[in-house]
Design a protein. Structure first.
Length: 236
């Protein structure tokens, strides 16, 4: 685990983006498979990319996927796809065949299985576990990551690629990447922004092996993970 503390949220996202670009440059023209998250930090990132990185990223090289999605229509305000489409794909004219969304409007169990098969077909490693070139994760104030909540730790070690899960408070169904698929990624990038996340970030950084926080499990077990933050954290 590496932690990069920057003066502002925008600086944290810029440094993360530069690390992503560096990784992409090593692939030359081959497709680069990137899994996105949603929520407020993702929207900040998408707007930054559309404004500042229009000519700095080889967009034609990227293939976009999702870490998780709410089981809603793609035009619903809670849809992760909707915001990526509005803030990133349409402003940059990303070809539709480069975007592989989770169909949240379909039967959740069927779509989780379908999306698992889709990434096995699209990504390297079909015979075993598919491997993303990079995954961008978030960390919730309760310690969840992707849509793996502390109440469902079995999703961290599930054998399948994607499963149906449920928000512990609202009961909303979601489709999420499982821990094994996350940990198989070549690179995991985690932006954690704003003082509201200070307490949980400290817990994640200092968690021991018995921690029930999904984010801590991923951070502790990932072969290559970097946290980018504007929070002054204690490493002791």
């Amino acid at each position: 685990m590496r932690i990069k503390v920057l003066p502002s949220a925008e600086d944290a996202l810029r440094v993360m983006t530069e690390q992503l670009i560096e990784k992409m440059n090593h692939r030359e023209i081959a497709p680069f498979h990137l899994a996105l998250s949603g929520a407020g930090t993702a929207r900040q990132l998408f707007k930054l990319w559309a404004q500042e990185y229009r000519d700095k990223i080889r967009w034609e090289q990227l293939r976009f996927y999702w870490v998780d999605e709410r089981c809603v229509d793609p035009d619903d305000e809670e849809s992760n796809y909707k915001h990526a489409d509005e803030d990133l794909f349409r402003p940059l004219n990303i070809p539709i065949n480069h975007v592989h969304r989770i169909h949240g409007e379909r039967d959740p169990e069927v779509e989780a299985e379908h999306y698992s098969e889709l990434i096995k077909w699209e990504l390297p490693g079909y015979a075993s576990c598919p491997r993303f070139d990079a995954i961008i994760l978030g960390i919730g104030e309760d310690g969840h990551t992707a849509s793996i909540f502390p109440s469902a730790p079995d999703l961290l070690t599930a054998a399948c690629c994607y499963k149906v899960t449920q928000h512990p408070e609202s009961g909303q169904k979601r489709i999420t990447m499982t821990g094994n698929l996350i940990l198989n990624a070549k690179m995991i990038l985690i932006p954690v922004l704003g003082n509201k996340k200070a307490t949980i970030l400290q817990k994640v950084i200092h968690a021991d092996e018995s921690s029930l926080l999904p984010a801590a499990y991923i951070v502790k077990h990932a072969p290559e993970v970097t946290i980018f933050t504007d929070i002054q954290v204690s490493l002791e």
